[in-house]
Ligand binder design. Structure first.
Ligand SMILES: [Ca+2]
Ligand SMILES: [Ca+2]
Ligand SMILES: [Ca+2]
Ligand SMILES: [Ca+2]
Length: 114
């Protein structure tokens, strides 16, 4: 360490806590755009409105109409995607399962009474 005012390097990344924007993260030292995501994890280290580019097309997820790159625009929700109906079915199954368990419990309780 060359800075005489530095006394600690909590995350041990070689940069003192005073100069380290992420003193507890050994993988990050600088956040150039100040969006809270270190430059190493920030796909857009100079753009505070973007931190990730899921499909890697160079357009940040926030500005990208198709962030996951599946060819279907993110909004409005694509009805062909099927993720909506897929979400309802497991819930319905779980509810039916719960009802069966409850029914069985009531049945057992009723038998005990007799
Ligand atoms: Ca660090
Ligand atoms: Ca950043
Ligand atoms: Ca950024
Ligand atoms: Ca993108």
């Amino acid at each position: 360490m060359t800075d005489p005012y530095e006394s600690r390097d909590t995350d041990g990344d070689g940069l003192g806590d005073n100069a380290d924007a992420f003193p507890n993260d050994p993988n990050e030292k600088v956040d150039s755009d100040g969006d809270g995501v270190g430059n190493n994890a920030d796909a857009f280290p100079t753009d505070p409105s973007e931190t990730t580019d899921t499909d890697g097309d160079g357009i940040g997820d926030n500005a990208d109409d198709d962030a996951d790159g599946d060819g279907v625009p993110d909004e409005p929700v694509d009805p062909v995607d099927g993720s909506e109906s897929g979400g309802i079915l497991p819930g319905f199954t779980a509810l039916t399962g719960l009802a069966s368990v409850l029914g069985a419990a009531i049945l057992v309780a009723g038998r005990r009474k007799d």
